[in-house]
Design a protein around this ligand. Structure first.
Ligand code: PHB
Length: 188
């Protein structure tokens, strides 16, 4: 039984990641977004992991896939944000207390992985943002949002560019139905 459950879970991970790929990204109206319930999540400029961890006891990263992408496979908008370079793609599902909360797909250009970004190769199950925001030379910009339909749920998604030592990465995130984004925020 356990194997069946695990298999279903991993199929779901792929369903989420495929849904994320259908997002049509748009620059949000920041002032209007700030007034919505999800606004503070979508506009979070620091670590999403740190934010999510405030809502659970156990936090896990399932690394679904890590693979190389040739520059010709990038979309025009991805090229505009991170340049036309070979990338390593990292796809993960973040879980709070065992429930899938967020799936993410990160494009890491080869030049970002060189030099000071080299340890990104060896992240494993350490959350990306947690690692990046430990470094002083990091920031997030170019936040875009989308609504994504997945398994008849209308879900929030965002894409943002993370800078590490002045080298970019592009992180797309889909907030899954059980994530605290759709519930009440716990005060800091
Ligand atoms: C990751 O580890 O790849 C990761 C973690 C948290 C995010 C996005 C990506 O919000």
């Amino acid at each position: 039984m356990r194997d069946v459950a695990q298999e279903t879970m991993s199929e779901l991970n792929y369903t989420y990641l495929e849904a994320l790929q259908t997002a049509r990204w748009e620059r949000p109206d920041i002032a209007a977004l700030k007034r919505t319930a999800e606004g503070s999540w979508l506009l979070e400029s620091h670590s999403m992991t740190a934010r999510l961890k405030r809502h659970c006891h156990d936090f896990d990263v399932d690394v679904v896939a890590v693979y190389q992408l040739t520059p010709d496979k990038l979309t025009d908008s991805e090229i505009a944000l991170i340049g036309q370079e070979a990338c390593v793609v990292r796809e993960v599902v973040l879980k709070g207390d065992g429930l899938p909360w967020l799936c993410a797909r990160t494009l890491m250009p080869a030049s970002t992985l060189e030099g000071q970004g080299g340890h990104l190769h060896a992240l494993g199950t350490e959350p990306l943002g947690q690692h990046v925001f430990k470094q002083r030379a990091s920031r997030r910009d170019a936040i875009e949002t989308a609504n994504v339909v997945c398994l008849s749920h209308q879900l929030h998604a965002r894409r943002s560019r993370l800078w590490l030592h002045n080298r970019p990465m592009l992180v797309a995130e889909l907030f899954l139905p059980d994530s605290p984004v759709y519930g009440k925020e716990i005060p800091a």
